[in-house]
Design a protein around this ligand. Structure first.
Ligand code: HEM
Length: 195
Protein backbone atom coordinates (compact mmCIF):
# COMPACT_ATOMS: atom_id res chain seq x y z
CA UNK A 1 0.00 0.00 0.00
CA UNK A 2 2.71 2.63 0.83
CA UNK A 3 4.18 1.86 -2.59
CA UNK A 4 1.00 3.11 -4.32
CA UNK A 5 0.99 6.26 -2.18
CA UNK A 6 4.59 6.94 -3.22
CA UNK A 7 3.74 6.30 -6.86
CA UNK A 8 0.70 8.63 -6.70
CA UNK A 9 2.86 11.46 -5.33
CA UNK A 10 5.69 10.57 -7.73
CA UNK A 11 3.31 11.26 -10.63
CA UNK A 12 1.92 14.39 -8.91
CA UNK A 13 5.47 15.71 -8.45
CA UNK A 14 6.34 14.97 -12.07
CA UNK A 15 3.27 16.91 -13.33
CA UNK A 16 4.20 19.91 -11.14
CA UNK A 17 7.86 19.71 -12.27
CA UNK A 18 6.98 19.70 -15.96
CA UNK A 19 4.33 22.41 -15.63
CA UNK A 20 7.05 24.56 -14.03
CA UNK A 21 9.69 23.77 -16.67
CA UNK A 22 7.34 24.49 -19.59
CA UNK A 23 6.01 27.74 -18.14
CA UNK A 24 9.46 28.93 -17.04
CA UNK A 25 10.98 28.72 -20.52
CA UNK A 26 7.84 30.33 -21.99
CA UNK A 27 8.50 33.24 -19.60
CA UNK A 28 12.11 33.34 -20.92
CA UNK A 29 10.62 33.72 -24.44
CA UNK A 30 8.58 36.77 -23.34
CA UNK A 31 11.50 38.11 -21.28
CA UNK A 32 13.87 37.95 -24.29
CA UNK A 33 11.25 39.47 -26.60
CA UNK A 34 10.60 42.31 -24.12
CA UNK A 35 14.22 43.37 -24.77
CA UNK A 36 13.11 44.51 -28.25
CA UNK A 37 10.48 46.88 -26.76
CA UNK A 38 11.16 50.61 -26.30
CA UNK A 39 11.51 52.08 -22.78
CA UNK A 40 9.66 52.32 -20.39
CA UNK A 41 7.79 49.15 -21.49
CA UNK A 42 11.07 47.16 -21.66
CA UNK A 43 12.13 47.89 -18.07
CA UNK A 44 8.66 47.31 -16.61
CA UNK A 45 8.12 44.02 -18.47
CA UNK A 46 11.57 42.64 -17.73
CA UNK A 47 11.27 43.41 -14.03
CA UNK A 48 7.88 41.66 -13.92
CA UNK A 49 9.16 38.57 -15.79
CA UNK A 50 12.18 38.39 -13.50
CA UNK A 51 9.93 38.22 -10.41
CA UNK A 52 7.61 35.64 -12.03
CA UNK A 53 10.52 33.43 -13.15
CA UNK A 54 12.19 33.49 -9.74
CA UNK A 55 8.98 32.54 -7.91
CA UNK A 56 8.07 29.86 -10.44
CA UNK A 57 11.54 28.28 -10.25
CA UNK A 58 11.81 28.35 -6.46
CA UNK A 59 8.22 27.66 -5.41
CA UNK A 60 6.93 25.30 -8.13
CA UNK A 61 9.57 23.83 -10.43
CA UNK A 62 12.30 22.85 -7.94
CA UNK A 63 9.83 21.52 -5.30
CA UNK A 64 8.17 19.49 -8.13
CA UNK A 65 11.54 17.93 -8.96
CA UNK A 66 12.32 17.22 -5.30
CA UNK A 67 8.90 15.55 -4.76
CA UNK A 68 9.35 13.38 -7.90
CA UNK A 69 12.82 12.22 -6.85
CA UNK A 70 12.01 11.72 -3.14
CA UNK A 71 8.92 9.64 -4.01
CA UNK A 72 10.94 7.63 -6.55
CA UNK A 73 13.57 6.87 -3.88
CA UNK A 74 10.78 5.84 -1.48
CA UNK A 75 9.39 3.46 -4.15
CA UNK A 76 12.83 1.96 -4.71
CA UNK A 77 13.34 1.43 -0.96
CA UNK A 78 9.95 -0.33 -0.81
CA UNK A 79 10.64 -2.44 -3.93
CA UNK A 80 14.47 -2.62 -4.34
CA UNK A 81 14.26 -5.33 -7.04
CA UNK A 82 13.17 -2.59 -9.47
CA UNK A 83 16.79 -1.41 -9.49
CA UNK A 84 17.70 -4.52 -11.54
CA UNK A 85 15.33 -3.51 -14.37
CA UNK A 86 17.05 -2.29 -17.58
CA UNK A 87 14.17 0.14 -18.39
CA UNK A 88 14.81 1.90 -15.09
CA UNK A 89 18.52 2.33 -15.92
CA UNK A 90 17.61 4.02 -19.22
CA UNK A 91 14.99 6.12 -17.43
CA UNK A 92 17.54 7.24 -14.83
CA UNK A 93 19.89 8.36 -17.63
CA UNK A 94 17.11 10.48 -19.17
CA UNK A 95 16.11 11.88 -15.77
CA UNK A 96 19.76 12.91 -15.28
CA UNK A 97 19.53 14.83 -18.60
CA UNK A 98 16.31 16.44 -17.38
CA UNK A 99 18.06 17.56 -14.20
CA UNK A 100 20.87 19.10 -16.26
CA UNK A 101 18.19 20.99 -18.24
CA UNK A 102 16.55 22.09 -14.94
CA UNK A 103 19.90 23.40 -13.72
CA UNK A 104 20.50 25.21 -17.04
CA UNK A 105 17.09 26.89 -16.65
CA UNK A 106 18.33 28.30 -13.32
CA UNK A 107 21.49 29.58 -15.07
CA UNK A 108 19.48 31.20 -17.92
CA UNK A 109 17.16 32.80 -15.36
CA UNK A 110 20.14 34.42 -13.58
CA UNK A 111 21.60 35.59 -16.91
CA UNK A 112 18.30 37.21 -17.93
CA UNK A 113 18.06 38.90 -14.52
CA UNK A 114 21.52 40.42 -15.14
CA UNK A 115 20.39 41.65 -18.58
CA UNK A 116 22.50 39.06 -20.45
CA UNK A 117 20.53 37.83 -23.47
CA UNK A 118 22.39 34.75 -24.75
CA UNK A 119 19.30 33.34 -26.54
CA UNK A 120 16.59 34.99 -28.62
CA UNK A 121 12.89 34.39 -27.93
CA UNK A 122 12.81 31.99 -30.89
CA UNK A 123 15.77 30.00 -29.55
CA UNK A 124 14.05 29.68 -26.15
CA UNK A 125 10.96 28.38 -28.01
CA UNK A 126 13.09 25.59 -29.51
CA UNK A 127 14.76 24.87 -26.16
CA UNK A 128 11.29 24.40 -24.68
CA UNK A 129 10.93 21.29 -26.87
CA UNK A 130 13.75 19.50 -25.00
CA UNK A 131 11.54 18.61 -21.98
CA UNK A 132 8.71 17.64 -24.38
CA UNK A 133 10.85 14.91 -25.95
CA UNK A 134 12.20 13.78 -22.56
CA UNK A 135 8.66 13.68 -21.13
CA UNK A 136 7.33 11.46 -23.93
CA UNK A 137 10.24 9.01 -23.78
CA UNK A 138 10.41 8.81 -19.95
CA UNK A 139 6.64 8.24 -19.63
CA UNK A 140 6.78 5.58 -22.37
CA UNK A 141 9.61 3.83 -20.51
CA UNK A 142 7.62 3.96 -17.24
CA UNK A 143 4.58 2.46 -18.99
CA UNK A 144 6.06 -0.07 -21.45
CA UNK A 145 9.07 -0.86 -19.25
CA UNK A 146 11.30 -3.53 -20.88
CA UNK A 147 8.88 -3.88 -23.83
CA UNK A 148 9.57 -0.39 -25.17
CA UNK A 149 7.85 -0.26 -28.60
CA UNK A 150 10.29 -0.05 -31.51
CA UNK A 151 7.94 -1.03 -34.34
CA UNK A 152 7.40 1.13 -37.44
CA UNK A 153 4.03 2.25 -36.00
CA UNK A 154 5.72 3.42 -32.78
CA UNK A 155 8.31 5.41 -34.76
CA UNK A 156 5.50 6.90 -36.88
CA UNK A 157 3.72 8.12 -33.72
CA UNK A 158 7.00 9.56 -32.40
CA UNK A 159 7.64 11.26 -35.76
CA UNK A 160 4.15 12.74 -35.67
CA UNK A 161 4.78 14.24 -32.21
CA UNK A 162 8.09 15.75 -33.40
CA UNK A 163 6.41 17.09 -36.59
CA UNK A 164 3.62 18.68 -34.51
CA UNK A 165 6.17 20.40 -32.27
CA UNK A 166 8.05 21.68 -35.36
CA UNK A 167 4.82 22.98 -36.95
CA UNK A 168 3.91 24.88 -33.75
CA UNK A 169 7.40 26.45 -33.73
CA UNK A 170 7.24 27.44 -37.40
CA UNK A 171 3.76 28.91 -36.96
CA UNK A 172 4.99 31.00 -33.99
CA UNK A 173 7.92 32.18 -36.14
CA UNK A 174 5.59 33.15 -39.00
CA UNK A 175 3.34 35.14 -36.62
CA UNK A 176 6.38 36.96 -35.21
CA UNK A 177 7.66 37.84 -38.69
CA UNK A 178 4.17 39.07 -39.69
CA UNK A 179 4.05 41.25 -36.56
CA UNK A 180 7.52 42.68 -37.29
CA UNK A 181 6.53 43.40 -40.91
CA UNK A 182 3.37 45.17 -39.77
CA UNK A 183 5.29 47.24 -37.19
CA UNK A 184 7.89 48.21 -39.83
CA UNK A 185 5.22 49.28 -42.33
CA UNK A 186 3.39 51.30 -39.61
CA UNK A 187 6.66 53.08 -38.72
CA UNK A 188 7.39 53.78 -42.40
CA UNK A 189 3.96 55.36 -42.99
CA UNK A 190 2.88 56.99 -39.70
CA UNK A 191 0.19 59.06 -41.40
CA UNK A 192 -1.37 55.85 -42.76
CA UNK A 193 -1.55 54.36 -39.25
CA UNK A 194 -3.08 57.58 -37.91
CA UNK A 195 -5.99 57.35 -40.34
C1 HEM B 1 14.85 9.96 -9.96
C2 HEM B 1 14.07 9.82 -10.98
C3 HEM B 1 13.01 8.74 -11.13
C4 HEM B 1 13.01 7.45 -10.66
C5 HEM B 1 14.09 6.75 -9.84
C6 HEM B 1 11.76 6.87 -11.03
C7 HEM B 1 11.34 5.61 -10.71
C8 HEM B 1 10.08 5.11 -10.89
C9 HEM B 1 9.58 3.85 -10.40
C10 HEM B 1 10.40 2.85 -9.61
C11 HEM B 1 8.29 3.71 -10.80
C12 HEM B 1 7.33 2.58 -10.47
C13 HEM B 1 7.20 1.64 -11.63
C14 HEM B 1 6.15 0.57 -11.35
O1 HEM B 1 5.43 0.62 -10.36
O2 HEM B 1 6.06 -0.34 -12.14
C15 HEM B 1 7.94 4.90 -11.51
C16 HEM B 1 6.70 5.16 -12.07
C17 HEM B 1 6.43 6.19 -12.92
N1 HEM B 1 7.28 7.22 -13.24
FE1 HEM B 1 9.13 7.50 -12.47
N2 HEM B 1 11.03 7.78 -11.75
C18 HEM B 1 11.78 8.94 -11.84
C19 HEM B 1 11.42 10.08 -12.52
C20 HEM B 1 10.30 10.19 -13.32
C21 HEM B 1 10.02 11.28 -14.21
C22 HEM B 1 10.91 12.49 -14.39
C23 HEM B 1 8.84 11.00 -14.84
C24 HEM B 1 8.13 11.80 -15.89
C25 HEM B 1 8.70 12.34 -16.92
C26 HEM B 1 8.35 9.76 -14.34
C27 HEM B 1 7.17 9.16 -14.71
C28 HEM B 1 6.65 8.03 -14.15
C29 HEM B 1 5.32 7.51 -14.40
C30 HEM B 1 4.28 8.10 -15.35
C31 HEM B 1 5.18 6.36 -13.61
C32 HEM B 1 3.95 5.44 -13.51
C33 HEM B 1 4.14 4.19 -14.36
C34 HEM B 1 3.15 3.09 -14.05
O3 HEM B 1 2.60 2.99 -12.96
O4 HEM B 1 2.93 2.25 -14.91
N3 HEM B 1 9.28 9.28 -13.43
N4 HEM B 1 9.05 5.73 -11.57
Amino acid sequence: MPYLWFKAFHITGMVVWFAGLFYLVRLFVYHAEANEQPEPARGILQQQYQIMEKRLYRLITTPGMVLTVVMAIAMLITAPDLLKQPWLHVKLGLVALLMVYHHLCGTWMKQLAKGEFKFTGQQFRWLNEVPTVLLVVIVMLAIFKNNFPTSAAAWAIFGLIVAMAAIIQLYARKRRLDREKLAASTEATPEASAT
